[in-house]
Design a protein around this ligand. Structure first.
Ligand code: NAP
Length: 346
């Protein structure tokens, strides 16, 4: 059993609006020992996910997850290796990916593990948290089952330069669609078109710019809207739905920051006149289908059709900065923190 301490990042304060690094703090605790039915993971990578922000708010618990407690390690997805086990299904050396905490060592009993990780040949291990992990799979299943994009259709993706959005955008391109991405800055718009190959990109922050951009780039309306944001961006997309459109309800970033409720769309009647559908989903609904989906995503990466863009920071102490930067829109693609244990192992 290892003798050093478990370095962790705890929630120091409930963030007020955009999270700040001072909302988090580093601490250390003894490395836990698994008892019967438990196992210990030595974590290699932490996944930085916008969705967890909402459970940092005071009293934010819901039917899906509990609110995060002050003074406790922050909940998050990790990719790790089983280091000790008293669990019949997890052997020492197995790679696993699941929801534990921002920490170097995690105690688990298998209940919060999304999937064992079967390492894909020729693909960086960290992409099992990104393009071929939960974020890529979210884009994959949301589009496959709800968006159902057909060649020639117009697909609009919000947070198109982020982890889920950049994969959704690229899959829609692979399906032969015209893809329009929404993001916060001109530089990110240029990146979406020049680097990811989208047909157009629009800055969404100014309502007038968003409306004019959607009118210009979606002259026949929007067939699929992949929504990561909600609020008035969703309203602008609904206003331009084509007949029979599908709206993929993936996330609602605009409302994760707590405080006053974000006004919802006032034009839901558009769904009626356009015979449109709008449906939410959780990627965890699809666990049994992960292996086949990972194989297809990995195949697209191998053939050069899908670019698994990733920004990696080194060391657990970088985790608060990585998370906060995400809410300032600094990131392009997937954000991952590489832990000391992964250096030389990945
Ligand atoms: N349904 C599921 O199972 C599932 C699973 C995973 C993730 N998700 C959802 O997918 C979405 C994207 O998550 P991600 O982890 O891939 O994050 P991400 O897109 O990599 O990062 C978040 C991005 O959102 C934008 N943003 C930040 N604050 C915003 C705000 N207040 N309003 C609008 N946009 C804001 C920023 O991009 P810009 O610079 O472009 O503004 C930022 O880069 C989230 O809504 C998340 O909840 C859903």
């Amino acid at each position: 059993m290892p003798t050093k301490m478990n370095r962790r990042i705890i929630l120091r304060a409930h963030p007020n609006g955009v999270p700040r690094e001072s909302d988090f703090a580093a601490d250390e605790a003894p490395i836990p020992e698994p008892s019967e039915g438990q196992f210990l993971t030595r974590n290699l990578f932490l996944s930085i996910d916008a969705g967890f922000r909402q459970w940092m708010n005071e009293g934010a618990g819901d039917g899906y997850l509990q609110a995060m407690a002050l003074g406790e390690p922050v909940m998050g997805l990790v990719l790790g290796e089983v280091a000790a086990s008293h669990h019949p299904q997890y052997r020492v050396g197995d790679l696993v990916m699941g929801r534990t905490r921002w920490e170097e060592w995690s105690l688990a009993d298998g209940s919060d593990y999304l999937a064992p990780v079967e390492r894909a040949a020729g693909i960086d291990l960290s992409h099992h948290l990104g393009a071929i992990g939960p974020t890529g799979l979210t884009a994959y299943f949301g589009l496959r089952d709800i968006g159902r994009p057909q060649a020639g259709e117009t697909v609009v993706v919000s947070t198109a330069a982020g982890a889920v959005g950049m994969i959704a955008s690229q899959i829609a391109k692979i399906r032969g669609c015209r893809v329009v991405g929404l993001t916060s800055t001109e530089a990110k718009c240029r990146w979406l078109v020049d680097h990811l190959g989208l047909d157009a990109a629009i800055e969404y922050r100014e309502p007038g710019v968003l409306a004019a951009g959607l009118d210009r780039h979606c002259p026949n309306g929007i067939d699929v809207y992949f929504d990561n944001v909600g609020g008035r961006v969703l309203e602008a997309a609904l206003a331009r739905l084509a007949m029979g459109a599908r709206v993929v309800m993936c996330g609602a970033l605009a409302s994760y920051e707590g405080g006053d409720p974000v006004p919802g769309p006032t034009n839901l009647f558009k769904l009626v006149t356009q015979r449109a559908t709008m449906r939410g989903f959780m990627v965890t609904d699809y666990v049994s289908e992960y292996p086949a989906a990972v194989a297809e995503l990995a195949g697209w990466i191998a053939s050069g059709q899908l670019h698994p863009v990733e920004r990696m920071l080194d060391g657990i102490e970088q985790t608060p900065r990585a998370f906060c930067e995400m809410f300032r829109g600094v990131n392009l693609g997937k954000l991952v923190v590489r832990l000391d244990a992964a250096r030389g192992a990945a």
